[in-house]
Structure formats: C-alpha cells, structure tokens
Design a protein around this ligand. Structure first.
Ligand code: AGP
Length: 613
C-alpha cells in the first residue's frame, strides 16, 4: 500500500518525484525517500515521517540546483510491513555496489532465506526490510543489463511486488515490474512517469499504460517497452485517464470506508499469505517468537483491546477455547488496567489494536508486562508503540486504514486470531487432519468476503428500508454474538442511529421491552450452533412488530423466508463465517449512513486512534 513514483524526462526530476509523492500520501505514510542518477552515481535522500519532511530535507541539502541536470529518478512513500518506519528502513534501497536503487510495494515472503543466502555471499544489510534484500538480489544478478538482472531477481521472489529500479550505469532508463501490486506508466511528450497509482501521473499526462501481473517495462523518456518476466514482448493498450483528484485518492470510491470494505479480499489475502502450513496443518506466525513447548505450557489467553479490536478479541475467545482447548478471556483494556488483575507467567496476553497507539490498550500491555505475563500484540501499524513495547506479535498487513470506522483491520484481526488459535491448538489436542481442514477454510476467507462484497448493491437496496429509524438492535449467538456487537458499533458510529448489540438470548431479559412496530432487528441466523434458538428469538421479536433483517447461510431459503429482508452469507466453518458476516453488516451500516447523508469517513466526536485515556 506504499506510493511509488519514477520519472525520466527533461523536467526537474526532484520536483516531479516529490510532487508525485504528495499526491500519494493521502493513505497515511510513515517514511519517504528519493534517488536520482547524477552523472555516474546514485544520490539518495530519505526521511522518516511525511513527504513534507522529505521536501524540506531535499530543499535544504539539494536546493542549490545541484542535481538540476538529473533526468532519471525514483521515489517512495512507505507503509511499513517489515521493519519499523525509520529513515534507514525507508525506500529507495541500494544494492551492495551502491549503483542500483530500488523502490518496492508489496510483501516478499521468502525474504529471510534470500537474505541468508546473500549474507552467505558477503552481502551486508543496513535495514530490516524485505525490499533491501530485493535490491541486493538485483545487484547480485546484474551482469551489465539491468532489465535482465531485474527479471532474474524477480524469478526468485515469492510474494507480491510493484517495483521501479534504476542503475547509475544506465541513466535515462527505469525498469518497472508488477505482481500483485499495481504499477501504471504515464506516457508524456518526451517524458515518462512510473507510479503505483495514477494520481501521481495526472499532472503530467492523461495517457497511461497499466501493467498486468508479471509484466516488466523498460522505460525511457521517449518509449515504453513491455515484456513478461520470461522476456517475451507483450502489448498493453494506452488508456486515457478520466477521474478527478479527490476521487483518485479514494481509488474511485465515494468514501475511504467503502474502499476499505472492498479492499478486504486483498487485505485478508495479505494477512493470510505465507502463514498457513498445510503439511503440518498449522500456521506460521514467526513474529510470536514462541516454541511449541512454550505455547504448550500456557494456561490461559487474555485478549485485550478497545472498541472494534475488543470485538475481534471476543471472536478470538471462542477460537482459542474451541480450537486450542485453552482457557481464554477478553478484557476491555481500560478496565483491565485499573483492576488488580491476577496474571502470571503462564498467561498469554494478546493486545489487539489497529493503530498500535490506543492509550488504554498500551496501558494494559504495560500492566501485563508488569505482572510477568507473556505479552504479544496484534497490530496493523508497523513500528507502533504497542508493537514496539511488546516486542513480539503478528502484523495484520491490512494496509493503511484511513476511515475512522474500522473494517478491514477487524476482519484481518479475526483472521490472524484464528491462525493463532490454530497454532496453539496444534500444540495441544487439535490433530493434523483437523488443522489442515481449518487451514483450508482460512485460505478461503478472501473468496468468501468477495462473495459478500459483490452483494453491495443489493444491501444498499435493503438499507433503504432501515435508513429512517433512530434505533436498531443486533442479535447473535456463539461467535456471531461479537459480530452483532461489531455490527451495532459500525451502524452507531457512522449513521448516529442508536444501535445496540445483544446476545440473542438476552433480549427476553429486558431489552425486548424496547421493541415497537417496525423496530429494526438485525438477526444473525447463519448455520452455527444455537441457530434454532435464535430463530425462536426472532419469532419473539416479530410477535412485537419488529422488522427483521436476517443474515442467513447461502441456500437456506427456509430461514430466509422467516425474515422481512435477508442477506445470504457463504457457508464455511462457524468461526470463519464471522468474517463474511461482519462484512455484510459493514456494508449495511455504510449504506444506511450514506442514505442518511452522514459524514462517514470522519464521524462527529470520533478519532481514528484514541491516544488519550
Ligand atoms: C472502530 O470502528 C472504532 N474506530 C474504535 O472502536 C477503534 O476500534 C478503537 O478505538 C480501538 O482502536 P485500535 O484498534 O487502533 O486500538
């Protein structure tokens, strides 16, 4: 989810590159850098922090027109996935000769083994990133032809990439390639721009070429030559850019929230990629830094978080107890920190946080460490305070989440918690066969979510029947109970409807007094244990005049007929089903809020990261 810009042409290269980065910075970047070819060498400038900091640094150090003659350069704004957002980890990265510079978008899964082999060949690395490994790999493959060197290097890579590479031995040329991470090339008049997002190109030209996976381009100021990674020429048509800049920032979506809901198949694929071991029927979460023996000695898992992250922990509680046969409990972080919790070395504390900066969750981490627990984090922002203070854990790889209402972070949190529970379970009573079955179900998650996202227009139609009320109640059982809570929070925080989530059985103990004619009840009636009891609760609500929107399992037409409206959820393992189910509720909340004319991305009174107690 980083920003890449490359330029070959007659304009002020530095100006073009930094201007392009500014247009890509909307997604919240944590470090930035630029590399130019100056005569027979490469010069680099990098900062941690925003593009504005890079612009100031470049003006200060290069502002005397020192590199005005440069014709070729690349630049990058980073969303950290490997290595904290420091200056040394910022891109561009150089190879061992300092003559090749590279910027990269994506995740290289086999970077550790590549790094070990390169170190064995005498390479030394400055950063913690997978990208620097790729730069050194290109350098090692470089026998005087940069194009061939990039091809040979990328053939050794497992994972995703969008790259732009330059060499001081080949001024006036950029090599660009993609697999799983977008690269678009702007074809100008005597100039060419490479970028990860057309927003960086629009100021220079409307004529663009979109690379497909495994395309590689040889870019000069006057030409773009396309081949595949096997050096076979390919043809891609030149398209005309048609969009306004504001829309471009949101990838063409009306709101960041809708973009991030639709991004979930890709985000979940990134969260899961390389983390399932089908041979052992387990998961590979090396960031946990634990041996099977250490995990086997744990007596309890304590999941702490706030808001949506707390709800993810509630799903995790079911997963750890069901899959790992271990006692699990969830704590609201603020409450945990002020209690005098009983905790010790046989407790695993998992701090769940998208931002990694939530004050109450951070305080709970410090309390857990103080009590001698085994503390790790599950966060999205690499290098965030919580990830640094726990020193171990699992990054979500969900990409930047801009909308205040959390969507893709939640589903990635649940996916990673399932993989954590699988890992613990395989160290206990969960068999290899059971593990493989669950791993296959987890691997399906992106496809399952795609099936729900595809129903967005239908959900928008349904939302019209629910957009005028001021109250709504969400009910669910089992692992769908936290999904009901999360669905209520989504609706509450972006549409300002008073929405409440309940365990389905809880209604009879008071809340049902609130039901009147046409009061909306959103009932999660997927095929999970207790469904028949939930159907009974639904009848109790209908008897009081409530209007029922049901989430039902696909092809369950009998249950669907009991509802006033319904959304079909793909059939899968009951714990996995929480993810497509919540995506349906995210879309429901979004469309209701949109119909009510709400702000959506920045709801009143809220902040994306609550760094105060
Ligand atoms: C989620 O939609 C809310 N924005 C909020 O509840 C959020 O989940 C909570 O503040 C925790 O944030 P964190 O995940 O960054 O720690």
């Amino acid at each position: 989810m980083c920003g890449i810009v490359g330029y070959v042409g007659k304009a002020d290269v530095t100006e073009v590159l930094i201007g392009g980065l500014k247009r890509l910075e909307y997604r919240g970047y944590d470090s930035a850098g630029v590399a130019l070819i100056d005569d027979d060498r490469i010069v680099v400038n990098k900062v941690s922090g925003k593009v504005a900091g890079l612009k100031a640094r470049v003006r200060e150090e290069w502002g005397d027109g020192r590199y005005a003659k440069a014709t070729t350069g690349i630049a990058h704004t980073r969303w950290a996935t490997h290595g904290t957002p420091t200056e040394v980890n910022a891109h561009p990265h150089l190879d061992h000769t300092g003559e090749v510079a590279l910027v990269h978008n994506g995740i290289i899964e086999n970077y550790r083994s590549l790094r070990a082999r390169l170190e064995g060949n005498g390479h030394h690395f400055e950063s913690d990133t997978d990208t620097e490994v790729l730069a050194h790999l290109v350098g090692e493959c470089d026998k005087g032809d940069l194009f061939q060197a990039v091809c040979d290097a990328l053939h050794q890579v497992e994972g995703t990439f969008g790259v732009a590479v330059i060499s001081s031995r080949e001024p006036g040329r950029i090599i660009a390639a993609r697999r799983g991470s977008p690269i678009v090339i702007g074809v100008g008049d005597g100039e060419t721009i490479v970028a990860s997002d057309a927003a960086a190109i629009m100021a220079h030209t409307q004529r663009v070429v979109y690379l497909d996976d495994n395309d590689i381009a040889i870019v000069t100021a006057d030409a773009v030559e396309l081949r595949d990674l096997n050096n076979v020429p390919v043809t891609r048509e030149i398209a005309e850019l048609r969009y306004d800049e504001a829309a471009a920032e949101k990838g063409g979506y009306e709101h960041f929230m809708l973009k991030e809901i639709h991004e979930q198949p890709e985000a979940l694929a990134n969260a899961i990629r390389g983390r399932l071991d089908f041979d052992l029927g387990s998961s590979v979460l090396s960031g946990m830094g634990t041996s099977p023996r250490e995990l086997g000695e744990l007596a309890r898992v304590v999941l702490v978080g706030c808001g949506t992250s707390l709800h993810a922990g509630l799903v995790g509680e079911y997963a750890f107890e069901d899959l790992a046969d271990i006692h699990a409990e969830v704590e609201q972080a603020a409450e945990f920190r002020y209690r005098n919790p009983i905790m010790g070395s046989r407790d695993l504390m998992v701090a769940i946080s998208q931002s990694g900066e939530t004050a109450d969750t951070l305080a709970a981490v410090r309390e857990g460490i103080q009590k001698g627990a085994f503390v790790m984090s599950l966060v999205n922002v690499v290098g965030s305070t919580i990830s640094r203070e726990t020193g171990r854990g699992v990054y979500l790889h969900a990409g930047p989440e801009i909308s205040v209402a959390s969507t893709k972070a939640f589903t990635c949190q649940v996916a990673v918690l399932l993989m954590m529970a699988l890992k613990l379970g395989r160290g206990r009573r969960f068999s290899r066969v059971q593990g493989r079955e669950l791993a296959r179900e987890i691997e399906r998650i992106p496809e399952l979510v795609e099936m729900v996202v595809a129903q967005s227009d239908r959900i928008a139609e349904i939302a019209k029947e629910y957009s005028k009320g001021e109250h709504a109640y969400f009910i669910g059982r089992g692992p769908m109970y936290p999904v009901a809570l999360e669905g209520a929070l989504k609706l509450k925080e972006i549409s300002y409807v008073h929405a409440e989530g309940f365990h389905a059985a809880e209604l009879k103990h008071g809340p049902i007094a609130l039901l009147e004619q046409d009061t909306p009840v959103i009932a999660i009636a997927c095929d999970v244990p207790g469904k028949d009891k939930t159907l009974g609760n639904i009848e109790e609500c209908k008897a009081r005049g409530a209007r029922i929107l049901g989430l039902v399992s696909e092809r369950d037409h009998e249950t669907a007929e009991c509802m006033d409206d319904y959304i079909m959820i793909p059939r899968c393992h009951q714990l996995v089903a929480t993810i497509p189910a919540v995506v349906a509720l995210q879309l429901f909340a979004y469309h209701v809020a949109r119909l009510r004319g709400c702000e959506i991305d920045q709801p009143r009174n809220l902040a994306k990261s609550v760094t105060v107690e």
